[in-house]
Design a binder for this molecule. Structure first.
Ligand SMILES: [Zn+2]
Length: 174
């Protein structure tokens, strides 16, 4: 233990009580498969769908970027129509709702950039979306440029908090 409360060198700071994001294996499989596209150096991503009971976020489905996504080395904008259709399908399947976003960082750490945060806060500030908090997962290669092994960084974001969250992979869809 470190008396000062600071993380030892090289280790990330982890709060004593860490929020949990439950990531279903089916959703993780989509993220792992879609993330490979970033081997071209450009970001990709999609929406996350599931349930948030206020304690735990259950991510049951993950979407891909869609055919009209705008992918660049420093940013990513998913295909809105594609995302909306995924949301409709997930709702029909198991009542899943939009709980957040995932995207890749081919060349930067798995934490939200200022641009990412601006996007997340725009969602949180839109009363028609009804978000209390947003689940954000950022994906990067564990050993660039190899996208076979990934690092996932998760945050639960509210208007006032930017909490790192622990990802727990769970079986099945729901
Ligand atoms: Zn980003």
């Amino acid at each position: 233990m470190v008396a000062s409360g600071r993380a030892p060198a090289g280790l990330p700071y982890v709060p004593a009580t860490m929020s949990v994001i439950q990531l279903r294996r089916a959703a993780l499989a989509v993220i792992a498969a879609e993330a490979r596209a970033s081997a071209d150096g450009r970001e990709t991503g999609g929406i996350l769908l599931g349930a948030d009971d206020g304690e735990r976020v259950d991510v049951r489905h993950a979407g891909g970027p869609g055919p009209d996504a705008d992918r660049s080395t420093t940013g990513f904008r998913r295909d809105l129509i594609h995302a909306q259709q995924l949301a409709i399908d997930a709702w029909a399947t198991d009542g899943s709702v939009w709980v957040g976003e995932w995207h890749t960082h081919p060349c930067s750490p798995v934490r939200p950039s200022d641009t990412d945060l601006a996007t997340y806060y725009r969602f949180l500030d839109d009363p028609t979306l009804g978000f209390q908090r947003l689940c954000a997962i950022i994906v990067a290669p564990a050993a660039p440029p190899d996208w076979d092994r990934l690092v996932l960084g998760a945050r639960l974001i509210t208007r006032t908090e930017l909490d790192p969250a622990k990802i727990v992979v769970a079986e099945g869809r729901a």
